[in-house]
Ligand binder design. Structure first.
Ligand code: SF4
Ligand code: SF4
Length: 354
């Protein structure tokens, strides 16, 4: 069964949000996006996990299989093959960030030997191929070994039954699983592996998905490339670089709505800051910006994976309104805030003053 955490799904943040990645990928058509919400028809769910793999915010989870927990067990084991017939659900559930993190720390082979004859290949195999290509695009740029895909056709007879396999996970209750993941994340965040207290605090404070925490924590453990390369933003699905043009009026909606605080502001709202480390490319900020001021930049600098830093996307002058005294974004002319200007206009109309 699939579980939805509505507090994480970006459709619930704004009616303007157009995320429908889960609906698009679902091979059983059990997910339906609606204005400002999502409807799940649990009866038809085939537990493939493809929607889990594409959801930017980890709003969807399978009730009997936890990808983050699989990740930890797999990293610790000598196993290098991931197969839907032995240790995993549909390979489409393994999103790009997990593939990059795994490819960076160990040799992995995805067994695609069953995909061609699979009933759900039409949507899922295309996603698997896309994820592998994107992961390898990033891994190559940061000088790491790639993720391999081979038609191994691992057979069920050699491995525990899927149900038996799922039982391993269902035995652990949700609280225990969560505690274990937090514990393992803590171990990974050990300062001896390269994260300082500041960085650990920053990661903990933001509500960012586990897959993102894992990716950046593991990238801390690998050697930095000799030279940082640029990736084309349009070939990335899990993060982004952004720009804001001069049409922005500092209305504040983008940084107030961003679910991960990738977009933020200063204490006086005099700048818009952007941290690619935290962006999950949910598109929410683009969808809610009335003026269309926020744009995707052309390139993503791989330096962000190793030396992340927040950038200033826009700067503003903040002044006090000469009428009411509140602070507002000033673009020149009279130092009167928008509200006072409107009130003044209304008063003039009421009294017939030109
Ligand atoms: S993919 Fe995730 S965030 Fe997007 S609509 Fe589905 S559940 Fe919501
Ligand atoms: S910056 Fe925009 S695309 Fe990135 S996480 Fe925030 S709202 Fe989503």
């Amino acid at each position: 069964m699939i579980r939805l955490d509505a507090a994480k799904c970006v459709r619930y943040y704004s009616k303007l949000n157009e995320c429908n990645s889960c609906e698009q990928i679902c091979p059983a058509d059990v997910i339906e996006t609606q204005e400002g919400s999502l409807a799940l028809k649990q009866d038809g769910c085939i537990d493939c996990g493809a929607c889990v793999g594409v959801c930017p915010t980890e709003a969807l989870q399978l009730s009997d299989f936890n990808v983050t927990e699989f990740f930890f067990d797999f990293v610790k084991s000598d196993e290098k093959i991931i197969s839907c017939k032995s240790n995993f659900v549909c390979l489409a559930a393994l999103g790009v960030e997990y593939l990059i993190a795994l490819g960076a720390v160990k040799e992995i082979v995805l067994d695609i030997g069953h995909c061609e004859t699979c009933d759900i290949k039409e949507k899922c195999f295309a996603q698997i191929e896309h994820n592998i290509a994107e992961a390898n695009y990033v891994l190559e740029a940061i000088e790491q070994r790639g993720v391999q895909a081979k038609k191994l056709g691992v057979q069920k007879e050699n491995v525990p039954d899927r149900r038996e396999f799922f039982n391993i996970f269902t035995l652990k209750n949700v609280v225990k699983t969560k505690a274990k993941i937090d514990e393992q994340l803590e171990a990974l965040e050990d300062p001896t592996v390269g994260l300082d207290t500041e960085q650990i605090r920053a990661i903990r404070q933001k509500s960012i998905p586990n897959k993102r925490k894992l990716l950046f924590t593991l990238l801390k453990k690998i050697e930095k490339p000799a030279n940082y390369k640029y990736l084309e933003n349009e070939h990335l699905s899990f993060t982004s670089e952004k720009e804001i043009d001069e049409s922005c009026d500092n209305c504040s909606i983008c940084y107030r709505i961003c679910p991960t605080e990738a977009l933020s502001t200063t204490s006086k709202a005099s700048a818009i800051l952007f941290d690619p480390l935290l962006c999950v490319r949910c598109h929410l900020c683009h969808d809610v910006c009335e003026k269309g001021s926020i744009k995707l930049a052309e390139y993503f600098d791989t330096k962000q994976f190793f030396e992340p830093e927040a950038k200033i996307l826009a700067k503003f002058t903040i002044v006090r309104c000469e009428d009411c005294g509140i602070c507002f974004t000033y673009f020149g002319g009279e130092k009167i805030c928008q509200r006072c200007k409107i009130e003044e206009e209304e008063a003039k109309q009421l009294w017939g003053i030109e």
